[in-house]
Design a protein around this ligand. Structure first.
Ligand SMILES: NC(=O)c1ccc[n+]([C@@H]2O[C@H](COP(=O)([O-])OP(=O)(O)OC[C@H]3O[C@@H](n4cnc5c(N)ncnc54)[C@H](O)[C@@H]3O)[C@@H](O)[C@H]2O)c1
Length: 438
């Protein structure tokens, strides 16, 4: 293919080298003339393993050229990969000056080009940038429409400095955010051979996914580092601990616990987090990330409370009360905490939870509920239908086919459902369904 690459930093230079190596014709564009001179001379503009040898081959094979002129690069290619920098501004926001300037230049070039050019944004961009900023700007400046006169899409870049050629050849995933089929097919032709899944999604999801990946990586590093600080204070080998943690591929290194939902609770996580942060305090170890987890969890509960109070309705039915579906453990259940707050605000509650039978609750579980919801006996209903029928508002905190079916069968159009479980059959339910944060 004939490709132009805008921005020849770490991402752009490595992409140029690998695409030329793979047989494509590539024109590189940068405003920094010294980078262009290096590439022309067969030298690498970035320090990366394997780039010295690769750039020598690139210069000698005749398939690479460079220019400072966007118009020329667009004319001489069918597809442009945009890899300019998007650094932090002083206030922490994303400095988009380079990409905005470039979008104007690209629009000018597209204006003159009879064929529909494909522009792939590979720079990391805050969600909404392509559709709300770059597309309107380029449509206004070029006088052409996205999806007709040109095609915009977003493909997050996952390579890591230090191993970027290896990462280019073996990415974890190829993700393309696009609103039209044509650019996706072009990118499939370019990257479809790579040994990973090729996934098409919305432009915004692709933009957000890149941030979410980087945030997750930062979170993992900080988690390991805070654990190491605490281990050090306790005389425990942090490497041994983290190695053991990583051997659990079922709950730890897995998709477990990575699905959005309601606040966590139960008899273990809150108390063990409290004990961990207390231990850290006693040993003068700062663990701001670990210490921030329970306040964040509380914030999640507050969002539910505010949404329910904002309905202005008093008769609230709970579907589910225990801390997760399939258990009768009420200890530190966030649904119990929510119910407690609502009762304090004068709401009238009814509760259905098929696992919770007052007569069978024992020990710590029983004393917890007696302390937090002393009048639970009067609220518990044996069947879901009567809870649904007697409520203006429903809080759905448990999953399962029978629950979903009952909601579809018995809900009325005048009811409001706060969905804490991401109901799979929203459209089949007559009530107004509002997700907690989805
Ligand atoms: N570095 C990484 O490992 C990495 C990994 C994944 C994603 N990203 C993202 O990719 C993007 C590029 O990162 P990078 O580290 O390669 O940046 P970089 O700063 O190394 O390079 C950016 C290049 O863009 C050039 N440039 C600026 N304005 C231009 C214009 N109008 N026309 C042509 N070139 C122009 C600059 O001169 C520079 O050479 C960023 O959004 C970054 O967040 C980087």
């Amino acid at each position: 293919m004939r490709i132009s690459i805008f921005g020849l930093g770490y991402v752009g230079a490595v992409s140029l080298a690998c695409l030329v190596r793979d047989g494509h014709e590539v024109v590189g564009v940068d405003i920094d003339a010294s980078k262009l001179e290096l590439i022309t001379a067969g030298k690498t503009p970035v320090v990366e393993e394997g780039m010295v040898e690769l750039m020598e081959q690139v210069a000698s094979c005749g398939r690479a050229s460079v220019t400072t002129q966007a118009r020329q690069a667009v004319r001489e290619s069918d597809i442009s990969l945009v890899c300019v920098g998007t650094p932090s501004a002083a206030n922490g926001s994303q400095d988009q000056s380079a990409i905005l300037r470039l979008a104007e230049e690209l629009a000018d070039a597209i204006c003159d080009k009879p064929q529909a050019h494909v522009v792939v944004f590979r720079s990391t961009l805050v969600p909404g940038t392509v559709e709300e900023v770059l597309r309107p700007l380029m449509e206004a400046k070029s006088g052409k429409k996205d999806g007709e006169g040109f095609h915009l899409c977003f493909q997050p870049e996952f390579l890591r400095e230090g191993s970027s050629i290896r990462d280019y050849d073996k990415p974890p995933l190829t993700v393309v955010g696009a609103n039209h089929g044509y650019p996706v097919e072009q990118l499939r032709a370019l990257f479809g051979h790579l040994p990973c899944k090729f996934v098409q999604t919305s432009v915004r999801a692709a933009e957000m996914m890149k941030y979410t990946c980087n945030n997750f990586h930062a979170l993992k590093i900080t988690f390991a580092n805070e654990t190491a600080r605490l281990c050090d204070a306790l005389g425990v080998d942090a490497f041994e601990v983290m190695d053991l943690v990583c051997q659990d591929k079922q709950l730890n290194i897995s998709p477990a616990y990575l699905r959005p939902g309601f606040a966590f609770g139960g008899s273990c996580l809150p108390k063990d987090l409290r004990a961990t942060t207390y231990l850290a305090k006693v040993h003068d170890v700062d663990v701001p990330m670990l210490a921030g987890i329970l306040p964040s969890n509380r914030n999640h509960l507050d969002i539910a409370l505010h949404k329910l109070l904002a309905t202005g309705k008093r008769r609230i039915g709970f579907v589910g009360l225990s801390f997760k579906t399939g258990t009768d453990d009420l200890r530190e259940s966030p649904l119990v905490a929510l119910a407690e707050q609502l009762i304090g605000k004068g709401m009238l509650l009814s509760v259905f939870d098929p696992e919770v039978h007052l007569a069978r609750l024992l020990g710590a579980n029983r004393s917890f509920i007696e302390k937090h919801l002393p009048h639970i006996g009067g609220m518990l209903q044996a069947d879901i239908q009567s809870v649904i029928e007697s409520s203006d508002v429903l809080v759905v905190g448990m999953s399962g086919g029978p629950v979903f079916e009952s909601l579809a069968t018995h809900c009325r159009t005048d009811q409001y459902i706060l969905d804490l479980v991401h109901l799979p059959n929203r459209s089949a339910i007559a009530a107004k369904v509002v997700g907690l944060c989805w």
